[in-house]
Design a binder for this molecule. Structure first.
Ligand SMILES: *[C@@H]1O[C@H](CO)[C@@H](O)[C@H](O)[C@H]1NC(C)=O
Ligand SMILES: *[C@@H]1O[C@H](CO)[C@@H](O)[C@H](O)[C@H]1NC(C)=O
Ligand SMILES: *[C@@H]1O[C@H](CO)[C@@H](O)[C@H](O)[C@H]1NC(C)=O
Length: 225
């Protein structure tokens, strides 16, 4: 409840920024409902549930593979790509929230040691080294960077809420952390933690959807007949 109040005041403050005559109205905001302040505000658990109960059909999987694979193989391959694409979408939104530049193309991967992380003063550099993983590098044993682009595109079109969930959560956390003017390593760490938590939830929703493929196919065939 306390978080909700802080959050609402936070959002209300952002919305009224620069208007000193309206500061009074922020305290009378409807604190019982986050929606009252912003019509675009998603109820995240509901949105995750919508993802978990939707379908990627066999023809979708074949299309997503560029018709190189039939659905059984495409599905296995696509699912690994989808999990990685979710992370890329989240990290794009996280960089945007923190005011960082896009990361650019994949580079070689190397493990960064703790002492090195402590000595870095540039916050984006610190961020990039902290979130770096072999899977999103030229040393990936699974993916070429070019494999991910069509999947990110597919997710943005079919499940635009994934990007919106990340964006909303990051804006909220950042606001609670004191806004974009007070970013330091601690805030960056907290935001990365937030990213990992949401990524886990999005991937669980995706796994749940994937486990219902037979059900989806049955429904699709019966609709078509
Ligand atoms: C500032 O707040 C007042 C009072 O709530 C409102 O009438 C006015 O439109 C606001 N101005 C801007 C620029 O938001
Ligand atoms: C606050 O929002 C809730 C939920 O949308 C609504 O039921 C309630 O009537 C609102 N209260 C006021 C004072 O606007
Ligand atoms: C890299 O991707 C593969 C395939 O999705 C996955 O099994 C593995 O856990 C990932 N490795 C890391 C470090 O995330």
């Amino acid at each position: 409840m306390l978080t909700t109040i802080i959050l609402c005041l936070c959002i209300a403050t952002i919305m009224n920024a620069g208007n000193s005559t309206s500061t009074k109205s922020t305290t009378t905001a409807n604190l019982s409902s986050e929606h009252a302040l912003s019509p675009l505000h998603l109820v995240i658990d509901e949105e995750l549930n919508k993802i978990a109960t939707s379908c990627i059909t066999h023809p979708d999987h074949e299309r997503l593979s560029g018709y190189i694979l039939k659905w059984r193989l495409a599905r296995l391959f696509n699912f690994l790509l989808i999990e990685e694409a979710d992370a890329i979408i989240g990290l794009e939104e996280l960089r945007a929230a923190l005011g960082f530049a896009p990361s650019g193309s994949w580079k070689n991967f190397r493990i960064t040691n703790k002492a090195e992380l402590i000595s870095i003063t540039n916050l984006q550099e610190y961020f990039e080294l902290t979130v770096a993983t072999e899977n999103r590098s030229l040393d990936s044993e699974y993916f070429y960077e070019k494999n991910l682009a069509p999947v990110i595109d597919f997710l943005d079109k079919r499940f635009p809420t994934i990007r919106q969930i990340f964006k909303q959560k990051f804006e909220e956390s950042l606001c609670v952390n004191g806004g974009t003017n007070s970013i330091n390593k601690k805030v960056v760490d907290d935001m990365i933690h937030e990213f990992r938590t949401i990524r886990g939830k999005v991937n669980s929703a995706m796994s749940e959807m994937n486990s219902r493929t037979n059900e989806c196919e049955w429904a699709r065939k019966h609709r078509n007949n």
